[in-house]
Design a protein around this ligand. Structure first.
Ligand SMILES: Cc1cc2nc3c(=O)[nH]c(=O)nc-3n(C[C@H](O)[C@H](O)[C@H](O)COP(=O)(O)OP(=O)(O)OC[C@H]3O[C@@H](n4cnc5c(N)ncnc54)[C@H](O)[C@@H]3O)c2cc1C
Length: 416
């Protein structure tokens, strides 16, 4: 199903521009990234910037196009068709890091770090995860100690896309190290320039999503000027909270693009390949797997656009947090199933590098792990669901539990 009817004329025009960019990207770039020959695709990002395709959601005054989340979802879905890692590097700097600086930064920070990034002159990475763990964000052990006119940053971050290649990093570090400090009020977000005390220590050999410079960074007495604090000291919670939208909704949308390609490849193949004297698409065992994948694809898109619209409507984090987490979990897992089905119906050749399915299969495995695992999403969904249920009851919602013939038999409903 085409979701173009949901898009405005301006959004459709952007889609055409992105398709043109997608058509421009050399096949060799995709292959060289997967082979780790390209460590970080600067030329590709520069070309996207030259076409003003980076950060289309950001205000025009900082180099964006002032578009909305629906446009953003469409854009990253299209970019995702090029390959998952291209969508990752496309999103991390322009979408995530710039978003944080635009929402929480000073005019000087936006001038210095957003405008040149959207112009393709510099590159950025986001550093939350530590070797100690990523899910427990507020357990961060990287520290930044106040030394008067600067902070001294020490610690490590790992799995950082753009760890190799980025010019500056958004780093979360503990600034209140008192044991009694509340974790939510003890962390500060910093803009850290690559320079003395900032070292790219280890480049990971990844199952997929290669070519994005995914690395471990070590900070050793790195001097961070006070003007590079993003938002408030000990106030990283506010930055982290807003970043959940581009991190998770962006991840969901780009995964749709990548899975769409797998389904395309499988659809093409199954309408040509023959077995037992027939096209394999005529076997229900094959076509029903395609049907399941197509349904999941459309359901994923519907969910992504509904969530995007909710964010665009500005209804607030309180109400969109669950939708975003559900989108991240449902869409990434559905897309993995789409890719699984696509490979299954193609058979053995799908498992080789003669077709792109094996690369896509390796790549999308990341989707339900990074930017918050499916388990973390479930934690948030459950928490928000119970909270909302309680609110509904307090607002006088009907008690459906009483709609049963024997509902007066209270002795039979045992809670404890
Ligand atoms: C290729 C790649 C790129 C990445 N890019 C970046 C990046 O650019 N920047 C960045 O900051 N990070 C990045 N990450 C890190 C990624 O976000 C983390 O790997 C992820 O958040 C999980 O953290 P972890 O690996 O430390 O696992 P852990 O937090 O140790 O979790 C391990 C397992 O325990 C489960 N678990 C943990 N806590 C709970 C709980 N309370 N309830 C139920 N289950 C739980 C998790 O779901 C997971 O299955 C990247 C990772 C990879 C692999």
């Amino acid at each position: 199903m085409s979701f173009d009817y949901l898009l405005s004329a301006e959004q459709l025009a952007l889609k055409e521009e992105i398709k043109d960019f997608v058509g421009w990207v050399p096949r060799q770039t995709i292959l060289d990234m997967d082979a780790d020959i390209i460590k970080f695709p600067k030329e590709l990002l520069k070309e996207a910037a030259r076409r003003n395709l980076l950060g289309c959601r950001h205000p025009r005054e900082w180099g964006g196009r002032g578009m909305d989340w629906v446009a953003n979802c469409m854009a990253v879905e299209e970019i995702g068709t090029l390959g998952y890692e291209i969508a990752c590097v496309f999103g991390v700097g322009a979408d995530l890091v710039c978003d944080a600086i635009i929402l929480h930064g000073t005019t000087e920070q936006k001038e210095k770090y957003v405008r040149p990034l959207l112009r393709g002159d510099i590159f950025a990475a986001e550093c939350l995860t530590e070797p100690r763990g990523g899910s427990d964000f507020f357990g961060a052990t990287t520290t930044a100690v106040d030394r008067g006119d600067h902070f001294l940053l020490n610690g490590q971050k790992r799995f950082i896309v753009g760890g190799e290649g980025a010019d500056y990093f958004l780093v979360y570090a503990r600034t209140d190290t008192r044991p009694e400090a509340k974790p939510q009020k003890a962390i500060t977000c910093f803009i850290v320039d690559r320079g003395p005390g900032v070292e790219t220590k280890y480049l990971y050999g990844l199952m997929g999503c290669r070519g994005g410079g995914t690395a471990r960074l070590v900070f050793k007495d790195a001097v961070i000027p006070k003007e590079n604090v993003l938002g408030q000291v000990n106030g990283a919670h506010a930055v982290f909270e807003t970043m959940m939208i581009p991190e998770r909704l962006g991840t969901a949308a780009m995964t749709i693009g990548t899975a769409r390609v797998a389904l395309d490849v499988a659809t093409h193949y199954t309408t040509r390949r023959r077995a037992f004297g027939q096209k394999i698409s005529s076997f229900q065992g094959v076509s029903f797997q395609i049907a399941e994948a197509a349904t999941l694809l459309d359901a994923s898109r519907a969910m992504a656009y509904a969530t995007a619209r909710a964010v665009d409507a500005g209804i607030g984090m309180e109400r969109v947090r669950r939708m975003i987490s559900e989108s991240k979990k449902f869409i990434t897992e559905s897309c993995q199933k789409i890719v699984h089905n696509s490979m299954q119906v193609v058979g053995g050749i799908g498992y080789t590098n003669v077709l792109p399915l094996e690369r896509i299969y390796r790549d999308v495995r990341l989707a339900s792990i990074w930017t918050g695992t499916s388990e973390v999403m479930s934690m948030i969904i459950a928490h928000e669901w119970y909270r909302e249920y309680q609110q509904r009851r307090e607002l006088g919602a009907r008690n459906f539990t009483a709609d049963a013939l024997e509902s007066a038999a209270e002795d039979e409903i045992i809670y404890e």
